[in-house]
Design a protein around this ligand. Structure first.
Ligand code: PLP
Length: 351
């Protein structure tokens, strides 16, 4: 090791799911939406003035912020946007988790949380899930420097009802509580109405899953004006221009089309419920997922083996060689035709 390397920060990075170049792979590994984004955004792309790229974008991303605020009936000063919710969540860790008491989050959850905590030097405690893989609100009633969880949780897909979320909030007035609702549009109920009552609640959502725009990179947080102001102060201390011109315009056009969002989410929900039954017939146990993926464990067959065999057949799903979840596969809900190909492949592999 060269001497200068002693001065290098060396995080253990998050590993994103594979993004193969090949287009004919059935890609059920990163929870992308199989349907196209809202049609309104396509027109924006066509009309976009290329020459405008010479100019910096609006650092406040006001058009996008306003469109999101209108959609969720809040003030623009209650909305923060970022380059994907990963950016929003990372900024939130940096902004709100400055206590020397540990930040609490589930042991099994979005595996970026511990990466940010390590990178920013935030003390944290990972709280085990219950045996049925649910989060117990009672575990979050101890002293802490902040709380974050995904709801529905990832990769279990299990949703916690709003009254349980409120239990955590009402016991934690001294902490910022962040609820990562990346999958909320697939059958859960958002805890957004609680922001009126709790000025320490930050709700984070994304355009990547239900809005089919993972490639555009838009995430947002909604909360009290105070929380949003704090977030903006940190953002403007790191990078003023996180949202590019095209993203601001496309996002603003797409978010207004609530009907399209509901229609495509309903199709995914229908396919998901069908897929649960199909996988149970193939000998899997499935969690009660309210997300655009299912989390499954076969009664006898080895998960890693199934993962590898599916890959040979050009079907990608997600597998983690990690304690507690090493017997599970996370399978994104694709179109019904993708899913039929998956069932056929599984049947062959399990024979
Ligand atoms: C996908 C995901 C995100 C991040 O999505 P972005 O594409 O960065 O918006 C955040 N949290 C959870 C739980 C996710 O699954």
């Amino acid at each position: 090791m060269s001497e200068w390397e002693n001065n290098v920060r060396k995080p253990e990075p998050y590993t994103p799911g594979e993004q193969p170049k090949d287009r004919d792979i059935i890609k059920l590994n990163t929870n992308e939406n199989p349907y196209p984004p809202a049609p309104a955004a396509a027109q924006i792309l066509k009309d976009f003035r290329y020459a405008d790229l010479r100019l910096y974008p609006d650092p406040q991303a006001s058009d996008l912020v306003k469109a999101i605020a209108d959609t969720y009936s809040v003030k623009p000063s209650q909305v923060f946007v970022g380059s994907g919710s990963d950016d929003v969540l990372s900024m939130s860790f940096l902004t709100f988790f400055a206590s020397d008491k540990p930040v609490l989050f589930p042991e099994i959850t979005y595996s970026f949380y511990d990466v940010w905590a390590e990178l920013y030097g935030v003390p944290y405690e990972q709280i085990p899930l219950k045996d049925d893989l649910t989060i117990d609100p009672a575990d979050y009633m101890k002293e802490n420097g902040g709380i974050i969880f995904a709801n529905p949780n990832a990769p279990t897909g299990i949703f916690m009802e709003t009254d349980a979320v409120e239990k955590i909030l009402s016991e934690n007035p001294r902490s910022v509580v962040i609820v990562d609702e990346a999958y909320i549009d697939f059958g859960g109920t958002s805890c957004l109405p609680l922001i009126k009552k709790y000025d320490n609640l930050l709700v984070v959502q994304t355009f990547s899953k239900s809005r089919s725009m993972a490639g555009l990179r838009i995430g947002y947080a909604i909360g009290s004006e105070k929380l949003i102001q704090y977030l903006n102060d940190v953002k403007f201390s790191v990078n003023s221009y996180t949202m590019n011109r095209l993203t601001i315009l496309c996002g603003a056009a797409a978010v207004k089309d609530t009907a399209y969002l509901k229609e495509t989410a309903a199709k995914i929900i229908k396919t998901r419920e069908h897929s649960k039954k199909a996988l149970i017939r193939l000998g899997f146990e499935v969690t009660d997922s309210k997300a655009n993926f299912i989390f499954v464990k076969h009664k006898t067959a080895d998960a890693k083996k199934i993962f590898e065999e599916l890959k040979k057949r050009r079907i990608y799903v997600r597998y983690w060689d990690k304690p507690i979840i090493k017997d599970y596969l996370r399978i994104t809900i694709g179109t019904s035709s993708d899913m039929l190909k998956l069932y056929d492949a599984l049947e062959e592999i399990l024979k």
